[in-house]
Design a protein around this ligand. Sequence first.
Ligand code: GLU
Length: 322
Amino acid sequence: MTSGGASYMGRFAPSPTGPLHAGSLVAALASWLDARAHDGRWLVRIEDIDTPRCVPGADTLILQQLAACGLRPDAPPLYQSQRGAAYQAALDALIGRQLAYPCACTRQDIAQALAQAGQPKPRHGELVYPGTCRHGLHGRPARAWRFLTQDTEQNQPPAHVGHGDTAIDLIANENVRWLDRRLGAQQQNVTRAVGDFVLKRADGLWAYQLAVVVDDGAQGITDIVRGEDLADNTARQILLQRALGLPTPRYLHLPLVLGEDGDKLSKQNGAQALDVGAPLAALNSAAQVLGLQVAAAESLADWLAQAVQQWAELYTPVKSVP
Ligand code: GLU
């Protein structure tokens, strides 16, 4: 199934923590190719909410590097740092529907509660939140806001939420299921895998999950094409979409470029800033990761046109994903 014509809206959503490198170019190129192969539109969103991790000027550099590769967004980029009011409105809506609650727990509190429950093992270094503050703060000061996930088998609904509540029925999420265009059928029980996750952090910053869902909704994103390392967030994002009454986009998670240590390529394990003087070399490496082999091209425009053609054969329609 391909989305028809102008109804396709794609995006590349870099965090400006440094320049574009071989790994991030794969996500940029693939999201652009998918948009073009669907005659769709392609947006760039600068995800600069985690301010301590942002590098001044990295946003401009990324946009220049994209332009050097012929990847130009169809509208001016959206900056998440300017979207606080929209995130607050979404949090307020969730609070109003009793789907968000304040949390007083420190990391240490969570680790202790898990150890007491006989579940000390962290998952990807992250602790599964045991739901301590679902039943109130008990006089402790609120630090963060969390999303109320529901596992009807494992957890009793919190005291303040009645049975038969429509919002709760809506998100009763035994298993969130979705179809990834490359990875196939996926599912996750968010309560068990992650727990009630953070919407607004203890340091006052907006959490990635909330910001990304609010912005994908506001920008009318129909297709999310991004690295496979982000696939694990999808179930959380689908729950938030449902809770906020937003449509769920299609998802395509891409193979990752690995660094010298076998982890996802990043600044920390040897990623070099993309060489804007040699865009075709960089694009060819990115294309290879995506399973494309573009023959010698006369120009950047010719290279991109060939790549769009190949992408359309390989990655659309959805059913013929390799
Ligand atoms: N800003 C995220 C990152 O750079 C990507 C978010 C997304 O594509 O959903 O890893």
